[in-house]
Design a protein around this ligand. Sequence first.
Ligand code: CP3
Length: 352
Amino acid sequence: MSDSLPLLLRAARGESVERPPVWMMRQAGRYMKVYRELRDRHPSFRERSENPDLSYEISMQPFEAFKPDGVILFSDILTPLPGMGINFDIVESKGPLIQEPIRTIHQVNSLQDLEPEASMPFVGEVLNRLRESVKNQATVLGFVGAPWTLAAYVVEGKSSKNYAVIKAMAFQEPELLHKLLNHFAESIASYLRYQINSGAQVVQMFDSWAGQLSPTDYDTFAAPYQRKVIELVKQTHPNTPMILYISGSAGVLERMGQTGVDIVSLDWTVDIAEGIARLPKHVGVQGNVDPGLLFGTPDAIRERIIDTVKKAQERIHILNLGHGILPGTPEENARVFFETGKAVKELIGSGT
Ligand code: CP3
């Protein structure tokens, strides 16, 4: 019976629902005291995300604190890289570091095809345990990085301000970059299939840095590979809703709506009503609330959520932030976000 399915999954599939589901990108992490304490005991990010007991415990922290409608696997978009032969680490206050950035055809040709069951058994185990624990009280989400954003990390070697190294590759040796993007598209599709087979009910693809491309270059280097991942996954798992997120996406929104994705996750540089008008009717929306709002007063948070939900009423809508929750956000304000989201219909009904 479809009634027994969790709210977020039903909403993402386009069923009419009692209220918009709510979760937060990066809902597990540094703004939570329990996470910081666990991090002090286990300072290695790779350990926190690859030891199944720790990854499970961290994934559950926001669920235990706030009961959001979505529980996302605690992991990283870079987690599949070692399974392709690319080593990485995440260094406190510096971010991701790739030991040997990928810059040559020889390196691209030497990449391994990802075999997710073999290289990331911990992901399957954690997703399984999450499903068992949250049952139908929440939807379990899986996620991946999209080919362009993964390529940006492995070519640059770290987070970048202007993406000069990968753009030099794009405009000097495009075949080399296409080969890398294609490798990632195939591996990422098989990783998503593995996540879904292990229990993920909705999956999100982060192409966080595709907003750094001009629309023409987005059509060349980002969209075809997003589409390839989506098509491959839909071939085997047509009923699993897929969400696509890009940071700085206002210039490419229409294009995002053409990738085959079910739901577009908006950042906060576009008005949600205008964003909806720019997407086909069958495509839903997520996000849009400025993460910085959570540094404001509870009233300011409530008012913005109500405004956002009202503007999205006619569309499939998942309440979320426009990017990850920021470190330093007061936990009480995260609570206001979730609680307002869950009571939003009553709040709108009472004219608050
Ligand atoms: O949403 C969730 O709660 C799941 C956890 C999650 C993490 N990373 C954990 C993490 C998710 C969905 C990601 C995705 C991710 N990782 C993206 C796409 C989302 C986005 O923000 O655009 C990107 C670009 C990355 C790469 C990455 N990993 C960055 C830029 C950083 C931050 C570096 C820093 O120190 O600020 C990471 C590390 C990371 N991944 C942290 C967390 C909680 C912070 C490090 C820590 O907690 O020790």
